[in-house]
Design a protein around this ligand. Structure first.
Ligand SMILES: Cc1cc2nc3c(=O)[nH]c(=O)nc-3n(C[C@H](O)[C@H](O)[C@H](O)COP(=O)(O)OP(=O)(O)OC[C@H]3O[C@@H](n4cnc5c(N)ncnc54)[C@H](O)[C@@H]3O)c2cc1C
Length: 527
């Protein structure tokens, strides 16, 4: 018997495990389907290129064919180990802008406006530049400047300025727009995942039990109250009981899947799959949003990209040289936030990740030679998709349909075309002249609007930020209320990226950690 059971040791689950177990009288159980984060390439930042394809630490999902992307199936990586996706992500530390959170509140997430969430961003953060009105200086999540910067990234920053963007030293500061370097979730040149930042300092507490290889198959209920979970630990079945609450932190794909497997979802569909209905909630799994991204690649005429950097030398320098050199790079070094002519308000609508290497198929396909890659994504897509069940078996992967570019007005497609045009515009600036080689993707500059659209449909893919499938709101259809309690039952909350009403304008790790920091206070003060 535990007080709290947390399902999933990802970005949110690790924060909760730490904060809830700070009180020695509270017994916490953290269940993680994956294993420990022991692999050295999880911790060496540049190792992310190597771990991208490791199926043992990745749920390795795919979407259903996407009609607006030439019926392509899109890979959806999700971390399956301690730290969850924060153990495999690109470490870019971005929060979005204040208006994103004011928009959440305006959509029914009462109490989640910027002035309410800023203290939790600050609480979580330990920025090596120190504390100020916007940044924290002593939180568990270390945020650092990059130790190693490829010369091509400096070229990108110069070219961005030549294209009209201002130089920005802090994308989480007073202004988001501009071009510059990402700050990264790293400590001493190593990845600072949620497991490193939050779980490691708490894991020896006697009141915190951590079980890995423990996949929760179902949440159990008694008289409408969640009272435990049915879990398979290395193939053996267990029923763990929770005296106070069950907290679901499985992420934007697995949390709605597990709610539905537990009987919370669209009643008719669940009955059709042979699942006993606990609460009819048609919104579970709906409202899936993701940052669609288009990558533009060119060859580099000088051998300075990371493509030919010796992996062995890099690893030796990193592991035996005090965490120095290219091994400390998150590879996605260069940042840009741009407000296109399509932006409906004052916020930037396009984000850039510049990579001084050729990234094809998420880095799983190596191209010969040297080159550089621009990722450009639409920050506020209007398309909405869904996660649904295919069966009542927990081991069957859910059906993921992000419905990319599916908005009725075709607005998202227009923004993606702007993303591709901006990328090529920056590559065409004088700063790139000494380096610019052959075009790769696209093979030449698209000539007509139809060519640009073809390029987007053929190349766009996820930049890994699914959210929104257990939407928080104040309306009856919302999956969770603003206290993150699942509506229609007692004793159950969802705390992870799935509760976001809509995407913030940037990467989603820091916002998820903020949500969990705030949720922990809500949970402890609700007793
Ligand atoms: C490749 C990649 C690159 C990214 N790059 C960045 C970046 O640079 N910057 C950034 O801010 N964000 C980035 N993100 C996004 C960010 O990491 C995620 O938004 C964030 O980690 C989501 O946190 P979460 O707690 O919602 O889910 P997760 O961190 O995914 O955690 C969910 C956890 O629950 C576990 N789990 C799921 N189901 C069960 C079950 N049934 N039983 C037990 N355990 C279960 C999972 O194994 C996992 O550990 C990236 C993501 C990926 C995948």
């Amino acid at each position: 018997m535990f007080d709290y059971i947390i399902i999933g040791a990802g970005s949110a689950g690790c924060v909760l495990a730490n904060r809830l177990s700070e009180d020695p009288n509270v017994k916490v159980l953290l269940l993680e389907a994956g294993g420990r984060d022991w692999h050295p390439f999880v911790h060496m930042p540049a190792g992310l290129a190597k771990i991208a394809g490791m199926t043992s630490i990745n749920w390795n999902y795919t979407t259903v064919p996407q009609p607006q992307l030439n019926d392509r199936v899109i890979w959806v990586p999700r971390g399956k180990l301690l730290g969850g996706s924060s153990s495999i992500n690109a470490m870019c530390y971005i929060r979005g802008v204040p208006a994103d959170y004011d928009e959440w509140a305006g959509r029914g997430a009462e109490g989640w406006q910027w002035q309410n969430v800023l203290p939790y961003f600050r609480k979580s953060e330990c920025n090596e530049r120190g504390e100020d009105a916007l940044h924290g200086g002593d939180g568990p999540l270390s945020v650092s400047d990059l130790r190693h910067i490829n010369p091509l990234t400096r070229v990108f920053i110069e070219a961005g300025q030549q294209a009209g963007l201002r130089l920005n030293a802090d994308f989480n500061g007073a202004q988001q727009e501009g071009v510059g370097l990402y700050q990264v979730t790293q400590r001493d040149g190593a990845r600072c995942s949620a497991a490193v930042g939050y779980l490691n300092p708490a894991k020896s507490r006697p009141n915190l039990t951590i079980r890995t290889h423990a996949q929760v198959n179902r949440i159990t209920f008694e008289h409408g109250r969640a009272n435990g979970v049915v879990c398979s630990v290395r193939g053996q079945g267990f029923h763990f009981e929770a005296a106070r609450e069950v907290i679901l932190s499985g992420g934007a794909i697995n949390s709605p899947q597990l709610l539905m497997l537990s009987g919370i979802g669209p009643a008719d569909t669940l009955r059709g799959l042979g699942i006993d209905v606990v609460h009819d909630a048609s919104s579970v799994g709906e409202n899936l949003q993701d940052h669609l991204d288009v990558t533009t690649l060119q060859h580099c005429r000088q051998p300075i990209s990371y493509d030919r950097t010796s992996e062995l030398k890099t690893a030796i320098q990193y592991f035996f040289g005090g965490h120095q050199g290219p091994g400390t790079s998150n590879v996605a070094e260069g940042a840009g936030f741009f407000r296109s002519h399509l932006a409906p308000d004052a916020r930037a609508d396009i984000q850039l990740h510049f990579i001084p290497a050729m990234i094809d198929d998420h880095g799983r396909h190596r191209l010969p030679g040297d080159g550089y890659t621009m990722h450009a994504c639409n920050l506020r897509p209007r398309s909405r998709g869904r996660v649904t069940l295919v069966s009542n078996r927990a081991n069957d992967k859910p059906r993921i349909d992000p419905n990319y570019l599916g908005d009725a007005e075709g607005f998202d497609l227009q923004v993606m075309v702007e993303c591709a045009k901006l990328s090529l515009d920056i590559f065409a600036q004088p700063a790139f002249a000494p380096y610019r080689g052959e075009f790769i993707f696209p093979p030449q500059t698209p000539k007509t609007e139809a060519d640009w659209i073809d390029f987007v449909r053929a190349r766009a893919e996820t930049v890994y930020h699914p959210v929104g499938t257990c939407r928080m709101g104040s309306d009856a259809a919302a999956v969770v209320d603003p206290q993150l309690r699942v509506q229609g039952v007692a004793g159950l909350r969802v705390v992870d990226a799935s509760v976001m009403p809509n995407l913030p304008g940037g990467n989603t790790n820091a916002p998820t950690i903020m949500i969990a920091e705030r949720a922990a206070e809500m949970i402890l003060s609700s007793d």
